[in-house]
Design a protein around this ligand. Structure first.
Ligand code: TXA
Ligand code: MG
Length: 358
């Protein structure tokens, strides 16, 4: 189980981390969604280090994080009314806006696109880091940061997850200058992403669902964001396989669960289960599980625990992680999106395991 610390980084540690950013090094830091791997957004060489460290293709755009009092006109060339409305309602917080990038901002940060993903996180440690860094940069600092995990892998929600992801890099190079510890991320899944870069023709578009739901956005915008069309800006989290642990993951319906577990165990497979329904003492086959994680049946609480659960189950030495399918309701959209990508290829994985005799 994860050891959580309540230790906040000292002002000195934050100062040191911000200084490291000005020197082109990387700093991992907590946000309310997941931990980020940050670089000076205006230093293209530093941004390139994020890509190599994560093993991420360099045409994937990165979100720029700014302090609450940031002057957005420095970062984007157009700030439509809808952006101001969403910012007033949801910043600081888990909402990223895609807007037209200002000419003075190097294109490396947005993978060569003419847009910019920008958000102001609410986590106090992130805010302190961003404020100190911005001051060091003369008032306009922004930190480009994807989630602090290897490309395609599960996002980190604790400082220990980050240390685990980059244990090699932390040992063998000093490209990551520090990992700031801000305890477990509250939200637990990545920010909601809304594209406003084509507002005049397409309205607001939901590129990635998250804690801030379409309904919450509709309440302030007056209409629900639409789903992306083929020409919408690219989001790497929208690749089919993403957010995945090393152990194969399969989604199973509640009604087929006992049957699937029984068959897998008979085929000699070690099974880990993540479930929002309470199965304790329900059935003999569930006693034979390699590992079991009981989740909440509340979507917000489930999201908070999801990545910790995936990592714990990944460490259980199971051959497969089963996850019981969740309701297809609005509040589960963010969690369902991550589960579907983690369980990409679910059915064929199950077939293969059932056929093999271990
Ligand atoms: O909650 C979050 O958003 C976390 C924390 C660290 O802030 N960050 C995060 O970053 O999830 P990352 O890189 O793992 O995912 C960011 C997503 C990517 O899918 C990327 O393609 C998209 O945002 N994105 C960033 N800038 C974009 C842009 N200009 N146009 C389209 N998509 C963009
Ligand atoms: Mg990510």
């Amino acid at each position: 189980m994860e050891q959580l610390s309540n230790i906040e980084p000292s002002a000195e540690e934050i100062q040191t981390a911000a200084l490291a950013l000005t020197k082109g090094l990387l700093v991992a830091f907590p946000t309310e969604t997941v931990y980020g791997l940050g670089a000076d957004a205006e230093n293209s060489d530093a941004v390139a280090k994020i890509y190599t460290t994560k093993g991420r293709p360099s045409n994937h755009p990165v979100i720029v994080h700014v302090a609450p009092n940031a002057d957005l006109s420095y970062w984007v060339s157009e700030l439509p009314l809808e952006a101001t409305t969403l910012i007033n309602a949801f910043w600081p917080g888990p909402l990223t806006l895609i807007l037209k990038r200002a000419d003075n901002i190097p294109s490396a940060v947005s993978g060569g696109q003419d847009t910019l993903g920008i958000r102001c996180p609410s986590h106090p440690v992130a805010q302190k880091l961003l404020s100190v860094f911005s001051d060091l940069k003369g008032g306009h600092g922004g930190v480009a940061a994807p989630s602090a995990n290897k490309f395609g892998h599960v996002s980190p929600t604790t400082a220990n997850h980050v240390r685990e992801e980059f244990s090699e890099e932390l040992k063998t190079s000093n490209v990551i200058a520090s990992v700031l510890d801000g305890g477990q991320s509250d939200v637990g899944i990545e920010s909601t992403i809304i594209d406003l870069s084509r507002i005049a023709t397409h309205g607001a578009v939901l590129l990635r669902p998250g804690h801030i739901t379409s309904d919450a956005i509709a309440e302030v915008l007056g209409y629900s964001p639409s789903l992306p069309d083929v020409a919408a800006p690219r989001v790497s989290g929208s690749l089919e396989a993403h957010y995945a642990p090393s152990t194969p993951v399969a989604l199973v319906g509640e009604n087929e669960l006992l049957n699937v577990v029984e068959q897998l165990i008979q085929a000699g497979q070690k099974v880990a289960l993540i479930s929002h329904a309470n199965h304790e003492n329900n059935d003999a086959s569930l006693q034979k599980l390699q590992a079991y994680k009981q989740m909440s049946n509340n979507a917000v609480a489930y999201a908070h625990d999801l990545y910790v659960a995936l990592r714990d189950m990944d460490h259980s030495n199971a051959d497969i992680i089963l996850i019981t399918a969740l309701p297809e309701e609005q509040q589960w959209l963010g969690v369902n999106d991550r589960l579907r990508r983690a369980a990409f290829d679910s059915r064929s994985i199950l077939q293969k395991l059932l056929q093999s005799t271990n």
